[in-house]
Structures are given as structure tokens and as C-alpha cells.
Write a new protein. Structure first.
Ligand SMILES: Nc1ncnc2c1ncn2[C@@H]1O[C@H](COP(=O)(O)OP(=O)(O)OP(=O)(O)O)[C@@H](O)[C@H]1O
Length: 310
């Protein structure tokens, strides 16, 4: 991996005494899409804020494209586009003006052709003369993306890009993020929509209580921790799982109309054949049977749960 961002021993304690980050080490590869997952208050925004030079670290070192974020602030901030969680833009400005102005803030010469192509790519071209306050929430969010891209950054941070965005727009945004990656932009996103990470990210990092508890390639993580689930639709509903089935970790679902069995797909013996034989012996009939792979969401929930328990 050729890292574009290197984070080493990064800690942050706010003036309140709250430790939001605990010795985080992380490298982000050039041109990758990296998703940072974690429950509310885990420290994601703090981490992004530090890399972008908005929050001062308490300890540790961060470099962006070889430049230190503190001594080389101008170079590092210029390389980064940030789409914050909160919409921060002047409500009375037009789309065109606000995006053009953002470019100027980075000391870049005017480039109307670039602004035009950004607005077209983000389906904002026909809104270019509209005031921000007259836009829908999803449009405002796209304006924030256009602003963040206006100075042609090599790295884009998206903090909760899908919050409050409908499904169709979300898909459109994912396409745009992939296009940017194809153009060589490195993308780091935080998300609560695990599906978003599963769909887009090359790697995911899980942060909990300020600690980075896991960093892994998305596909490898799914393969390693992934479980499969077998659902048996019962011919007759059940009120309780019979004791004769105690050796399988079963759950009743769908008001007793279905039995769920989670198994390790990589194990030599899945236990399915013996379960079905036992059900037949007990005269328990089923109408249908289906298996499904667990999602990144299941994996994430169990990881954070395990960490809490520890
Ligand atoms: N300026 C601040 N002063 C004191 N504490 C802060 C400050 N900013 C954030 N915190 C605390 O630091 C912790 C991490 O916050 P942060 O915003 O980084 O979390 P997050 O993972 O981005 O959460 P969310 O998913 O809710 O955005 C939280 O407990 C938060 O209350």
C-alpha cells in the first residue's frame, strides 16, 4: 500500500477531560475508499477534524501526502476536501456563487468550466442560480460536496454522507464517489449505514470509545467473520423450541412460524444435516428452507457488542 495519510499514536483529550481518541494508528492508501464505522460518539468526527486541521491533537503525528498536518497545514488542508455532517453554507447565496467562492478560499484561480462540470455531475446545474435556502436537504448536501470538491482535492472526507438522503439519491452519490475514486481521489467516509460501507468501501475501520478496534478489507472481513443463516419455515407454528433440539443454537422467528439457525459457513460440519434429521425424527415438518449470508451490519453489531462485554 502507498499511504496518502499516516496516523500514528493519535490521541485527543478535550478540555472537558473527555478522551475522544486513544492512540490511533492508521494508514489510508492512495486511491482507496475507506469507511470508518462506529457508534455515536465513538470519535469519528474528532479523527476527521484532526486530519483536516480543525481539531488539535493531544498526542501523535499525522501526515498527509508526506506533510505534517501542523507544520505543513497549508499543503495538507489544500489536498483535502471535507464534507461535514452539518450543513454550513450561506443560505442567501446562489449555488454557483457559494461553490465558486469555496474554490477562491483555497487560493485557486477561477475555473468556471470546472465548477460547471461539478454542478452537472452532482445534478445541480439547473439549480445554479437558486439560493441555497430554497433547496431541498438532499440538494444542500450535494452543494456541500460540490464545495468540498471545488479546489480539486486529492482526498475527500465525507462525514455521514447519507444522513437524511433518500435511497435514490444515496445510490447516485455512491456512483459519484466511485467515479471520483476512478479519477484518483482517495475517499474516507463515516457512516451509520453499514450497507453503504459494504457496498463501497475497499477497507473498513471500526472505532469504539476512541479506539480503533479493527481495520480490514471489507471482503476479507465478510469472509472471515461471516456466518450463514438457515431459515426453516415451519408447517405448524411452535410456541417453544423443543428440548430435543437444545444442541443447535436455534431461535424462533415470525411468531413461531420459522426457525433460525446460524452456522459457520467455513466449518467442516455445519450441523444442518443432523438438524434436519432430528426435525424429521421429531415429526416437525417444514414448508421451505432458505440460507442467507450475514451482512456487515451483523458483524459490526457483534464486534461492538463483544468489545463492550470485554
Ligand atoms: N468540543 C468538544 N468538547 C468536548 N467533548 C467533545 C467535543 N467534541 C466531541 N466531544 C466528545 O468526544 C466524543 C467523540 O465525539 P465525535 O463527534 O468524534 O464522535 P462521532 O464518532 O463522530 O459520533 P457521531 O457518530 O455521533 O457523529 C463524544 O463523546 C463527544 O461528546
Amino acid at each position: 500500500m502507498d499511504p496518502i495519510i499516516r496516523i500514528a499514536g493519535l490521541s485527543k483529550t478535550y478540555d472537558s477531560g473527555h478522551q475522544a481518541l486513544k492512540s490511533v494508528d492508521l494508514e489510508i492508501g492512495r486511491g482507496e475508499i475507506f469507511a470508518l464505522l462506529g457508534p455515536n460518539g465513538a470519535g469519528k468526527t474528532t479523527l476527521i477534524g484532526i486530519v483536516c486541521g480543525i481539531v488539535r491533537p493531544t498526542e501523535g503525528k499525522v501526515t498527509v501526502d508526506g506533510h505534517d498536518i501542523i507544520s505543513g497545514f497549508r499543503q495538507t488542508r489544500g489536498a483535502i476536501g471535507l464534507v461535514p455532517q452539518e450543513l454550513t453554507t450561506d443560505a442567501f447565496e446562489t449555488v454557483w456563487d457559494t461553490v465558486s467562492f469555496s474554490r477562491g478560499l483555497f487560493g485557486k484561480p477561477r475555473n468556471p468550466a470546472l465548477i460547471e462540470s461539478l454542478l452537472k455531475q452532482l445534478s445541480l446545474w439547473d439549480k445554479r442560480a437558486t439560493k441555497i435556502k430554497e433547496l431541498s436537504g438532499g440538494m444542500k448536501r450535494r452543494v456541500m460536496i460540490a464545495k468540498a470538491l471545488s479546489h480539486e482535492p486529492r482526498i475527500l472526507f465525507l462525514d455521514e454522507p447519507s444522513a437524511g438522503v433518500d435511497v435514490e439519491l444515496r445510490r447516485g452519490m455512491w456512483d459519484m464517489v466511485r467515479q471520483l475514486r476512478d479519477q484518483g481521489v482517495t475517499i474516507i467516509l463515516t457512516t451509520h449505514y453499514i450497507e453503504e460501507a459494504q457496498e463501497m468501501a475497499d477497507r473498513v475501520g471500526v472505532i469504539s470509545h476512541g479506539e480503533l478496534i479493527l481495520v480490514e478489507e471489507t471482503q476479507a472481513l465478510m469472509a472471515k467473520l461471516g456466518k450463514r443463516e438457515l431459515t426453516l419455515k415451519l408447517a405448524e407454528p411452535m410456541t417453544a423450541i423443543p428440548p430435543e433440539l437444545a444442541e443447535w443454537p436455534l431461535e424462533l422467528r415470525d411468531d413461531g412460524n420459522a426457525l433460525l439457525y446460524a452456522f459457520d459457513a467455513n466449518a467442516e460440519r455445519t450441523g444442518i444435516a443432523s438438524l434436519i434429521k432430528r426435525l424429521t425424527d421429531l415429526g416437525i415438518g417444514f414448508k421451505d428452507l432458505a440460507t442467507r449470508e450475514s451482512s456487515l451490519e451483523d458483524i459490526f453489531v457483534s464486534l461492538v457488542h463483544q468489545e463492550k462485554a470485554a
